[in-house]
Design a protein around this ligand. Sequence first.
Ligand code: NAG
Ligand code: NAG
Length: 338
Amino acid sequence: MRGTLCLAALSATISSVRAAHQGFNYGAFFTDNTPKTQADFEAEFKTAQNLVGAPGGGFNSARLYTMLQWGTATDVTAAIPAAIATNTTLLLGLWCSAGDAIVTNELTALATAIATAIATHGTNFTDLVVGISVGSEDLYRASATGQAHLAGAGVADPAVLVAYIQRVRDAIKGTALAGTPVGHVDTWTEWVDRPAAASQAVIDAVDWVGMDAYSYWQSMVPNAAGRGRGLFEDALEKTRAAVGGKPVWVTETGFPVSGLASNEAVPSVENAKRFWDEVGCLLLFGKVDVWWYILRDAGRGTPVPSFGIVGGDLGTTPVFDISCKGVEEEDEESCEAD
Ligand SMILES: *[C@@H]1O[C@H](CO)[C@@H](O)[C@H](O)[C@H]1NC(C)=O
Ligand SMILES: *[C@@H]1O[C@H](CO)[C@@H](O)[C@H](O)[C@H]1NC(C)=O
């Protein structure tokens, strides 16, 4: 009886808001650094849409890291025509950690995409764009932790990101993408742990906050697979509390299927499924905007660690059961607050 009441209350909450976006992250190149073509992106988007047992509304959204076709100066990423061809929604991204000249190239590609895709495809393009992310983990890579992990170049000064965000707002102003929500993606600790005065400028500048959270990488705390859900919930709650009511989108999370241990977190198919079930199924799918990491990262070479839920051959049967069937809260008390 109580179960029935809980379900009724839950569906009332869900139907009062738009359906949550649900998709994957898509890199611009394969593990061997060769660029993905339009055909490659289309194959990945179609695989995501046809995954056996996909929960929620299925996986029909793509988060991109760059507007640029890999290996070119200013060409628009082939992911855009691929998304139009497959009816895949887009969280567009601009890479912001490679200096001002590259950001200018990113903005050139954004302007080209707006001009050409809108001219050719009209609302078939603009209707697919759910957001634009200005940067990805830039603050994290520039932080002491990021530098200690040799994470690569970042952006140390939040004011630089704020200026990039303004340039993107200027670029879409007066175009068919003018209403697109603009955000920034960073590691959850950057939203939570930075001195308020530093991250606040970025928080104030965005329409939404993108949060990347991986218990796997939290090697400084006990992070065995069984703690994945608790660590994720803690990250999400703290991020929401830190950003003053701005919507929080889960732009990256996942658990490796193979690779080396990170403190207590041991990559395996079994542990990746546990994280999928306890974080994806119970907390995110159908409820929170999420772009999982990742559909496939094993094309043309397997990275270490590897997070892909399908192998290099892009079969539609994932390496574990993603259906969420039989995945339930152990604690029935969770509905009693209604
Ligand atoms: C595209 O997908 C949306 C749901 O995401 C659906 O409502 C719409 O009808 C689809 N359009 C086409 C042309 O298939
Ligand atoms: C938009 O998509 C629909 C459905 O696929 C198609 O019939 C129509 O021609 C497209 N419009 C443009 C401008 O490409």
